[in-house]
Ligand binder design. Structure first.
Ligand SMILES: Cc1cc2nc3c(=O)[nH]c(=O)nc-3n(C[C@H](O)[C@H](O)[C@H](O)COP(=O)(O)OP(=O)(O)OC[C@H]3O[C@@H](n4cnc5c(N)ncnc54)[C@H](O)[C@@H]3O)c2cc1C
Length: 326
């Protein structure tokens, strides 16, 4: 009997397909749902002690699990406390880069859904994150990937976070400078730190106008995004200094004629070419075949290597993204 078996609530052989928006995934050997972020260290340390890989899952809107499953522990974050916090003073010099106006914190467990954070903010008369409404997933997932929409990235609201560092086995507070935010990137993609609690800086404002903006954004998204199983944009948009400058990944893929292209149960949406979809029967092999075809075609036509945005996790000969216990 290993250390993991001693943790209350650990489940065995849990099929993962219902826990991601792509709805693909075989069984995880071990599965653990937590509602208290302070339970992360115990689970991670047990994996390290047992020599098993672990993977932190939130809402699963940026992850594809292999249909062969995961030979380790999947920890699903269901910790969702969220409330308005203390007022914060302005920092930096007005008009200069990095200036942040006075505001108020909104504090959330990392498993809180982004939509819940926005609603809580609006109820407390705090505005500034409306443009992020409609991005599926948790505030933890959004901060890790510096999620953004309509010109707003979560980094501009980020104030501080409580993180657990498995390497150091300690909980510490980090500020914005430690996060190294860039486009769809933060330092958490380089280290193995786990966000436990997050504080965003918002501004007291007109809740009624902000609520109307949220409504408009939701209508826009409903009309533009394909319905069905997907993980959102499969590829990142090319960086500003690359050859495909000015063109989104979706436009490049569409120009290569991939709209509607199908391999097994995986297909490219005919509404949005950067959405790789699952008809309910996709395997990781189907996804990899389609993904590789797209990368090769865009490379041939534009001399540009599209970078994947979604994470591929689990047992499969192609997969290299999984987190491993050290
Ligand atoms: C229909 C659709 C539309 C989308 N639109 C957008 C969009 O407009 N803009 C955008 O940026 N993204 C978009 N996405 C992608 C996705 O919603 C975001 O990447 C989201 O922030 C992921 O959050 P999650 O909770 O689902 O994370 P998950 O998918 O569960 O996890 C993603 C990664 O984050 C890590 N992670 C999660 N929580 C933590 C934590 N607490 N600490 C450390 N690491 C953690 C996981 O280990 C994993 O590596 C869209 C996705 C879909 C399906």
């Amino acid at each position: 009997m290993g250390l993991l078996d001693k943790i209350e609530g650990i489940q065995r052989n849990v099929v993962l397909s219902d826990f991601t928006t792509f709805h693909m995934g075989g069984p995880a050997d071990y599965f653990y749902e937590l509602t208290d972020v302070m339970k992360f260290p115990e689970a991670v340390e047990a994996c390290r002690g047992d020599g098993l890989p672990y993977f932190l899952l939130a809402w699963g809107s940026n992850v594809l699990f292999s249909d062969k499953g995961f030979r380790g522990l999947v920890i699903r974050n269901l910790a969702r406390n969220c409330q308005a916090g203390a007022p914060v003073e302005a920092s930096g010099e007005p008009g200069k880069e990095g200036y942040r106006p006075a505001g108020q914190l909104i504090e959330a467990d990392s498993g809180t859904l982004l939509s819940q954070v926005i609603q809580t903010a609006l109820k407390n008369g705090l505005t500034g994150m409306e443009k992020l409404m409609g991005i599926p997933g948790t505030i933890g997932g959004a901060v890790r990937g510096n999620a953004g929409a309509f010109g707003l990235e979560i980094q501009s609201l980020f104030e501080k976070a409580l993180v657990y560092s498995p390497g150091e086995d300690r909980v510490k507070e980090v500020d914005r400078t430690a996060m190294n935010f860039t486009y769809r990137h933060s330092s958490l993609k380089e280290n193995r730190d786990i966000l436990l609690k997050i504080a965003l800086r918002l501004i007291p404002g007109d809740s009624a106008a902000a609520t109307e903006e949220v409504r408009q954004i939701m209508t826009y998204r409903a009309g533009r995004h394909p319905q069905g199983y997907s993980a959102g944009s499969f590829f990142k948009n090319p960086s500003r200094n690359s050859i495909g400058e000015g063109q989104s990944a979706g436009q490049l893929i569409e120009a290569c004629g991939f709209k509607g292209e199908k391999v097994g149960g995986a297909y490219i949406s005919d509404k949005h070419a950067n959405f790789l979809m699952n008809d309910g029967t996709a395997t990781m092999l189907d996804v990899m075949e389609l993904y590789t075809r797209i990368q090769e075609a865009v490379w041939k036509k534009f001399g540009l290597r599209l970078e994947r945005e979604v994470l591929l996790v689990g047992e499969h000969e192609y997969i290299a993204d999984i987190f491993r216990a050290e």
